[in-house]
Design a protein. Structure first.
Length: 271
C-alpha cells in the first residue's frame, strides 16, 4: 500500500501509500538539534549553522527514511507530471554551479496532485566521488544510493517566481529520485560551465511508477536551508550509467568546453 508519510519524532509518521507514500516530519525538532548535515572540508556542517541559522533548525533535509517512521496515508494522490516531454527545439541551460550539475526547466512544466500547482524551475544532481561512490542525499533504511536527482518546483498558485517562494513554508515541492549506477558505469568529469542543450523527455529520468513514494515536510539541502520544501522521494530507484546522465543527453555540448567536476557538497543524514 502506497504512499507513506515520514516522521522524525514519531508523532507524525512518514507516509507512504501504494499509490504513494508520504513522509510527514513532525515539526518538533528544536533549533540546534541536527538530523542531517553537510560534508565538505572548509565549509562543513559546523560552519553552515553559524552563517545560515536555518541549517541548525527544524525540518532539515535530507533524512534517513526508516520503516518505523512510516505510515500509510490513503489521502495522498499519485504524482502527476505535466508537459515533461520537451521538444528538441526547446533550448535548456545546463550549468556547473560548483557543487552540482543543474538544468533550467521551462515554466510550462508542472506537477499536480499536491495541495497547490507547483511549476518546475530546475533539476540538479548530487553524487559521490571515486573515494566515496555513494552520493545520494536521502537514505532508505540506512542505504545510500550512488546519486540523487532533484526536480525543483515552486508554488505558482501563491508566488510569482522561485526566488519569492524559496523561503516560504509552502513555497517549494521537490521530486527526489534515487539513482544506482550500472556495473562499470561511473559519474565522470563535468566538461562544461554553462551551455545550451536541446530539450528532451524529463519524464524518462523518473521511475516508471509515480504512485509509490515517501513524502515529508523538509528543507533545502544546502544553505540557506530554508524549511520550505514538500519532499516527494520515490520508492523505486532508477538504474543508469554516469555516462548516460552526463554525456548521452548532452553529448554535443561536451566537445569544446572544459571545467573540473563540481566539488562534493553533500548533507549527511543522521542515524
Amino acid at each position: 500500500m502506497w504512499p507513506f508519510s515520514v516522521s522524525c519524532a514519531l508523532e507524525k509518521p512518514l507516509i507512504w501509500r501504494e499509490t504513494a507514500f508520504s513522509l510527514a516530519l513532525a515539526r518538533k525538532q528544536q533549533p540546534g538539534s541536527h538530523s542531517c548535515w553537510a560534508r565538505s572540508e572548509a565549509t562543513g556542517e559546523h560552519s553552515w549553522a553559524k552563517h545560515y541559522p536555518y541549517c541548525g533548525g527544524a525540518f532539515q533535509s535530507p533524512i534517513n527514511i526508516k520503516p518505523e517512521l512510516l505510515r500509510f496515508d490513503p489521502t495522498l494522490r499519485p504524482v502527476e507530471v505535466q508537459n515533461y516531454n520537451l521538444s528538441p527545439n526547446e533550448q535548456l541551460t545546463l550549468g556547473n554551479n560548483g557543487h552540482s550539475v543543474q538544468i533550467s526547466l521551462p515554466s510550462k512544466m508542472y506537477i499536480s496532485g499536491l495541495p497547490h500547482r507547483y511549476t518546475a524551475a530546475q533539476l540538479h544532481f548530487h553524487w559521490g566521488s571515486s573515494g566515496r561512490p555513494a552520493g545520494s542525499e536521502h537514505m532508505v533504511n540506512g542505504r545510500q544510493y550512488a546519486a540523487e536527482m532533484h526536480v525543483v518546483h515552486y508554488n505558482s498558485d501563491k508566488y510569482p517566481n522561485m526566488s519569492t517562494a524559496v523561503d516560504k513554508s509552502d513555497g517549494l515541492a521537490v521530486l527526489g529520485v534515487l539513482i544506482e549506477v550500472r556495473r562499470g558505469g561511473q559519474w565522470g568529469r563535468v566538461t562544461y560551465q554553462r551551455v545550451q542543450v536541446p530539450g528532451f523527455n524529463i519524464r524518462a529520468l523518473l521511475p516508471a511508477r509515480l504512485d509509490e513514494y515517501y513524502r515529508y515536510d523538509g528543507s533545502l539541502t544546502t544553505p540557506p536551508c530554508y524549511p520550505s520544501v514538500l519532499w516527494t522521494v520515490f520508492r523505486n530507484h532508477v538504474t543508469i550509467s554516469g555516462k548516460q546522465v552526463l554525456c548521452q543527453q548532452f553529448r554535443p555540448s561536451f566537445k569544446t568546453q572544459q571545467i573540473s567536476r563540481p566539488s562534493d557538497i553533500l548533507r549527511v543524514c543522521s542515524p
